[in-house]
Design a protein around this ligand. Sequence first.
Ligand code: NAD
Length: 258
Amino acid sequence: MTARLAGKHILVTGAATGIGRAIAEACVREGAKVALLDREGDSVERLAAQLRGEGHHAQGLVADIAERAAVEAAVAQARKLSGPLTTLVNNAGMNVFHEPLAMPDEAWQRCLSVDLEGAWHCSRAVLPDMLEQGGGAIINIASTHSFSIIPGCFPYPVAKHGLIGLTRALGIEYASRGVRVNAIAPGYIATPAVEAHWQIFDDPAAAKARIEALLPPGRLGQPEEVAMTAVFLASDEARFINASCLTIDGGRSVVYHD
Ligand SMILES: NC(=O)c1ccc[n+]([C@@H]2O[C@H](COP(=O)([O-])OP(=O)(O)OC[C@H]3O[C@@H](n4cnc5c(N)ncnc54)[C@H](O)[C@@H]3O)[C@@H](O)[C@H]2O)c1
């Protein structure tokens, strides 16, 4: 352990699995106290207990980030047990993919509530702690869908474009008070959500192989590769990085196809 995050108290949302889990694990390994929030209570409590068993400071919190009151209550619980929050990783999110005109109203509402508004609920709950302490860091897990459009994936990219707007707006709003707000835009990362995505195809293995062939390194990214970027942005090493977004997609979004 190098303790790059010693002294930080970090709230990671969607921490039960996938990218959020990898971020929570990397943060405790770097010496942070971590509050792991997820709507899947059993899984997140189990993971927090496992991390405590390994000697780390970890607390499980159960909330749906779409519910502002539940988020406020969870943050209050984290604060009570481990002190004010210094850092927030807005990772929880979900794929909502529809042909726009065939989309039910509830799908639009749920996507915007979780993938965009949820990050705002969490941000407004922890920002007072950060402002009181004279600084902090927020990291929003966006997507390459924040910049590019794949037909049939509506309205997920609408929310993820909005998350970049939230990153930039809050980053500028609170920069003079020491709060940095940045985003990470992953491309294809091997997580349970992506594994589930392959299953919609008749031949899941062929669908995965087709995507791998499109990625310059010839493989998907790993959750740990996103996690180490989150560690960097959360650390004081990144103290002059604000209102910015780092893409982690193996270079895929730079490729020009003729
Ligand atoms: N995996 C990828 O390829 C990829 C690419 C780009 C962006 N992302 C983004 O990264 C983030 C994590 O993705 P993942 O692939 O690890 O997803 P995942 O589905 O594997 O895990 C998401 C976690 O978030 C939790 N969660 C979902 N909605 C929630 C809610 N409303 N309240 C509380 N918890 C909730 C889930 O229970 C789960 O534990 C998401 O924001 C996603 O949009 C993922």
